[in-house]
Design a protein around this ligand. Structure first.
Ligand SMILES: [Zn+2]
Ligand SMILES: [Zn+2]
Length: 330
């Protein structure tokens, strides 16, 4: 069974699959909604997956950590997102943001999940975010040798950005996940090296006064694009596709690498925003039921409400729609 909670603008789902799965007894909560006021039906013992760091998905986390027993916390295998989630936790546990205390997230012993991983031994396939750091950056450069890193740090210093050279070269991830530590540590180091190399490449020729504008744009994947997306493959052959807030670029990567994204049930990405789903993608998924969580509001600079009429029209043509707040049995 999947319970879709009406949390207004935000996502909060409870998967209790009854399929001979780890999540039968302790269900999987997929995102926590936007606020400290969490749905009353959330059980006392559960697994929690945070698809990404936006508040409409992780806002209820401090309440859940305080009131419930979390058996395991799954978070995206993507360094900027881990940092943002840690900042959010730190903010709510009164730890200074200027000096983030990684103990807050390490204490939770989170499991980092990315493409190819599984959330339970048999039924889930994680499709996003990509784990390979080279996939997180575009091909602006080919070389990430130590010499290239030093060159990058020199360029940045010329721009007035003075970085601790040794700390970056020998970057040690402050996150300590038990089994994954070794693999993740080397990947986090490559990620940090690529990050600064890309930053220096990107800044070349940029006027000094516009540095901030350019820096903000040089992280390759946005939070939405690094959302954990996964298929839950129920033994009665029902494929469920959970998408967080992923957008068309993520679907394009999955489709071009021939990943099977077909599913009977689709959690519509990003609350039905029009930038996140196209007819071609919908045809590849070919769902029978679509689920959108939303509160029909306008968000950010967007002029349109979530869900967007174009998305609703598209779903009306292609699938049968299930309004939020209804429980779906499988
Ligand atoms: Zn988001
Ligand atoms: Zn969202």
């Amino acid at each position: 069974m999947l319970t879709v909670f009406n949390v207004g603008q935000g996502d909060c789902f409870l998967l209790s699959p009854n399929s001979g799965c780890t999540f039968d007894d302790s269900p999987l909560l997929i995102d926590t909604g936007p606020s400290y006021k969490i749905p009353a039906q959330i059980p006392n013992e559960l697994f929690v997956l945070l698809t990404h760091s936006h508040k409409d998905h992780i806002g209820g986390l401090p309440a859940i950590l305080k009131k419930k027993k979390v058996k395991s916390l799954f978070i995206p295998y993507y360094l900027p997102e881990i940092t943002r989630i840690n900042y959010y936790l730190a903010k709510h546990t009164r730890i200074s943001i200027a000096n983030p205390n990684w103990a807050s997230i390490n204490k939770l012993n989170p499991t980092l999940v990315g493409e190819g991983d599984s959330l339970c031994p048999e039924h889930t396939t994680v499709l996003n975010p990509p784990k390979n750091p080279y996939q997180c950056f575009s091909n602006l450069f080919q070389d990430d040798s130590p010499a290239a890193i030093l060159r990058a740090l020199h360029i940045l210093r010329d721009y007035g950005i003075d970085l601790p050279q040794d700390e970056i070269i020998n970057y040690e991830s402050p996150i300590n996940t038990s089994e994954q530590t070794l693999e993740y540590r080397s990947i986090a180091r490559i990620f940090v090296h690529l990050f600064f190399i890309k930053m220096s490449t990107y800044l070349q020729g940029v006027p000094r006064e516009s540095i901030n504008y350019y820096l903000e744009r040089q992280i390759e994947l946005t939070s939405n694009q690094s959302s954990v997306a996964f298929i839950y493959n129920h033994p009665q052959n029902n494929r469920w596709l959970f998408t967080g807030d992923i957008d068309e670029t993520v679907f394009a990567r999955l489709i071009s690498s021939k990943v099977d994204i077909s599913a009977k049930y689709l959690k519509v990405p990003h609350h039905g925003s029009r930038m996140n789903l196209s007819l071609q993608v919908l045809k590849s998924i070919n769902p029978e039921v679509a689920i959108i969580s939303h509160n029909n509001g306008r968000h950010g600079r967007s002029k349109d409400t979530h869900p967007h009429t174009e998305v609703i029209d598209m779903l009306d043509q292609e699938v049968e729609c299930a309004p939020s707040g209804r429980q779906l049995e499988n």
